[in-house]
Design a protein around this ligand. Structure first.
Ligand code: PLP
Length: 394
């Protein structure tokens, strides 16, 4: 049996006619730059996330880049982030001439460890850290109550890399107030999303969005997205071409109303893996461990369904990861490693890297394995995945 890591076909089949109709509408409108589809998607994503302002951009990477540009990050500055993320999180920092500094992850959630974050901020005596970028890895939010409180205490702007986590919810509270669920991207000065096709909300090409609760920040990002021009042909700022394609916006608008259903399907698949692995007897002897949804217990107390995890990836830890991956591939099961190397270990960083060890990240890079989790994955396929893993151990 073949089990792909990701099959976009089931999702496409649900909406194919509507998508094609909308794409043709954009083509026939002859409005190929910006326009009503982009404006409408911005309003809908702002509404979905609970963000005040949303600015469509060309990719998740450009969302991060333009957010840092709006904060005037540049040479001499440092940006504090997690070493366990997709390269773009660090790439944008380097491209602006700034230096990434890292706080290691929590080995349970794979997200930045607030205690490590605190140590890094406290050590920054000459205040060179000009932004903090937590990443909501695999679709689960970082510990935002602590992170927001630290960023406020040290007065460092917070930019969320929510590329894998659109719609993910996190219990958030300020001192003295009771926690409320907030959506990823709404807790800092900017939240960055990606519409790369493999994300939970994916286009038919590249796309991204920045949301912000701050009107001045939003206005600046809006200018930077289009060369910093205001009015047209007058440039107080140097921006770029970071515009979102209206064809992508039109497709995403068809998909957005289905997003919570797809999130729920991914959670259902995750539950099924949890049950199958528990029944398999493979757990508890240190060979395999399953992903922990750290906010699930709190979510279970709610009357409505909460996106406590959107499972963009379902990532297990395996001692004999590389051998297991080959074994699975030989049985038709495609998996992926997110990520095989910490950002702090990347070669492009070596001339400037301070070579501070990041033990939890380095271990995660050796042990993590993402299993297929997409909506449309069948029960049979999941049985096949778990049985193949059982067979690996004989
Ligand atoms: C996908 C991703 C990005 C980049 O998004 P693109 O749309 O591919 O440019 C950035 N950060 C993280 C964590 C991602 O997963």
């Amino acid at each position: 049996m073949n089990v792909p890591l990701l099959d976009l076909k089931p999702q496409l089949d649900e909406l194919r006619e509507e998508i094609i109709e909308k794409v043709i509408e954009v083509i026939d409108s002859t409005r190929y730059i910006q326009g009503p589809e982009v404006d409408a998607l911005e309003a809908e994503v702002a509404d979905y996330c609970g963000g005040a302002h949303a600015i469509g951009v060309s990719s998740g990477t450009d969302a991060l880049l333009v957010a840092l540009m709006a904060l005037d990050i540049g040479p001499g500055d440092q940006v504090l982030t997690t070493p366990f993320s997709f390269f773009a999180t660090m790439g944008v920092i380097l491209r602006l001439g700034a230096r990434p500094v890292f706080a290691d992850i929590d080995p349970v959630s794979f997200n930045i460890d607030p205690n490590q974050l605190e140590i890094a901020l406290a050590q920054d005596r000459d205040r060179r850290i000009k932004a903090v970028i937590p990443v909501h890895l695999y679709g689960q939010c970082a510990e935002m109550t602590k992170i927001v409180s630290l960023c406020e205490h040290y007065r460092v702007p917070l930019v969320e890399d929510a590329a894998q986590a659109i719609g993910a919810e996190v219990p958030f509270s300020r001192p003295g107030s009771s926690p409320a669920w907030r959506r990823a991207g709404t807790l800092g000065i900017a939240g960055c999303f990606s519409f790369f096709p493999s994300k939970n909300l994916g286009g038919i090409g590249d796309g991204g969005m920045v949301i912000s609760q701050d009107p001045d920040m939003a206005a600046k990002i809006r200018l930077l997205r289009n060369h910093g021009a205001y009015p047209k042909y007058y440039h107080a700022l140097v921006g770029g071409n970071f515009r979102l394609d209206p064809i992508q916006a039109a497709v995403l608008r068809v998909k957005l109303p289905q997003l919570d259903v797809w999130h729920a399907q991914r959670r259902e698949n995750a539950h099924r893996y949890d049950e199958l692995f528990t029944a398999s007897g493979l757990l508890g002897n240190g060979r395999i461990s399953l992903p922990r949804a750290v906010f699930a217990d709190q979510a279970a107390k709610q009357t409505k369904e909460v996106n406590y995890h959107i499972y963009n990836q379902y990532v297990i830890r395996v001692q004999e990861r590389d051998a297991m991956r080959i074994w699975l591939q030989d049985s038709g099961v495609t998996t992926e490693i997110y990520y095989p190397l910490g950002l702090h270990q990347q070669q492009c960083l070596q001339p400037i890297s301070s070579s501070v060890p990041m033990p939890h990240t380095e271990q995660a890079a050796l042990e993590t394995l993402a299993l297929p989790i997409f909506p449309g994955l069948t029960e049979e396929m999941q049985h096949h995945v778990v049985q193949t893993i059982q067979a690996f151990y004989g």
